[in-house]
Ligand binder design. Structure first.
Ligand SMILES: Cc1cc2nc3c(=O)[nH]c(=O)nc-3n(C[C@H](O)[C@H](O)[C@H](O)COP(=O)(O)OP(=O)(O)OC[C@H]3O[C@@H](n4cnc5c(N)ncnc54)[C@H](O)[C@@H]3O)c2cc1C
Length: 195
């Protein structure tokens, strides 16, 4: 049963292509800075779409027999870490390595389980980090928001942990200094023998 949100501005439709109202959009962002409002006003009437951004619980498994899920099908990710496509590309790279190692088609299932063992913890972490980042970046006014803004200032000054995980140095190193194909090369034999 669908329960209407008390605020009509929150779309109820499940689709991500529901059309929205330009005047409602302008009203929603009325207190944003003038530059944002100018951009929003440029949007042609009829071109406004309403999307829901959802967090999906991690799946229990990505592999069934000789079939494996990749990309958004197994780790749909909120945009707050810019990692949806990046993680999908890592899936593809790792699949390329593990499937390149099979000696017969009987090994496909085990190779896919190696793919899952390599990829799932990292992709699940990216999904959770993006969701947590979305929460942290969209706090309403109050003590938590003030503490976050103080942390932003401190990070800018001293280069410490950044409340925006997309630009935090440790998170960036974890995301961008990781060679998933090399990891697959290095760990394939051990993982394959354990499965
Ligand atoms: C506005 C926006 C900004 C984004 N920014 C970033 C970013 O900065 N960095 C980043 O890493 N990610 C970003 N993403 C996320 C990224 O686009 C997705 O994570 C990525 O496209 C997922 O790739 P995919 O191949 O898993 O799925 P998709 O790209 O959705 O591909 C699935 C394909 O399957 C097709 N398909 C569906 N059903 C069928 C069927 N029955 N038969 C045949 N074909 C079918 C679809 O048409 C589609 O072409 C962004 C997404 C959006 C919407």
């Amino acid at each position: 049963m669908s329960t209407a949100h008390p605020d009509r501005r929150f779309v109820e439709a499940d689709t991500w292509t529901a059309s929205g109202s330009k005047s409602e959009m302008l009203d929603m962002f009325h207190d944003f800075c003038p530059r944002v409002q100018k951009l929003l006003k440029l949007c042609p009437e009829g071109d406004v779409l309403e999307w829901k951004l959802r967090v999906h619980e991690p799946l229990s498994h990505w592999v069934d027999g000789n079939t494996a899920l990749v990309g958004d099908a197994c780790h749909p990710t909120l945009p707050h870490l810019a990692q949806g496509a990046a993680q999908a590309v890592e899936d593809a790279a790792v699949l390329g390595v593990v499937l390149g190692k099979i000696k017969s088609k009987d090994e496909v299932h085990k190779a896919l389980l190696v793919y899952q063992a390599l990829r799932k913890p990292r992709a699940d972490w990216a999904v959770a980090t993006a969701a947590a980042n979305g929460k942290g970046l969209h706090l309403g006014s109050g003590a938590a928001q003030e503490a976050r803004d103080a942390a932003f200032k401190a990070a800018k000054k001293a280069g410490g942990e950044n409340p925006d995980k997309a630009i935090d140095q440790i998170v960036q190193r974890t995301l961008y200094a990781h060679d998933c194909a090399q990891e697959a090369e290095d760990r394939y034999d051990a993982l394959f023998s354990q499965i």
